[in-house]
Design a protein around this ligand. Structure first.
Ligand SMILES: [Zn+2]
Length: 86
């Protein structure tokens, strides 16, 4: 079985031998993927909550939006911790 990640075929057995840079890239890719899903979820839930007058769905949209803010913070921390020490 192979994983297809950003057009690259990766054998799961090779994941244990992945470089630090490769691992950092994987983290960035999965974070970006999560953030993209949250953008779609937030917008969809906020609109649906307004259209069908559901405060619960609307509030969940706001929650997804706050998840997005934490994703951005996570991405920044992942970036700054992957830099070489001064
Ligand atoms: Zn959440």
């Amino acid at each position: 079985m192979t994983l297809v990640l950003m057009g690259e075929h990766i054998d799961p057995a090779e994941l244990s031998q992945i470089s630090d840079q490769g691992y950092t890239n994987l983290l960035l890719i999965t974070t970006a993927l999560g953030a993209s899903v949250n953008v779609v979820l937030s917008i969809g839930k906020i609109i649906a909550g307004r259209v069908w007058h559901s405060q619960a769905v609307f509030a969940d949209g706001i929650h997804s939006l706050s998840d997005l803010v934490s994703d951005i913070g996570k991405k920044y921390i992942q970036h700054s911790t992957s830099l070489a020490p001064l």
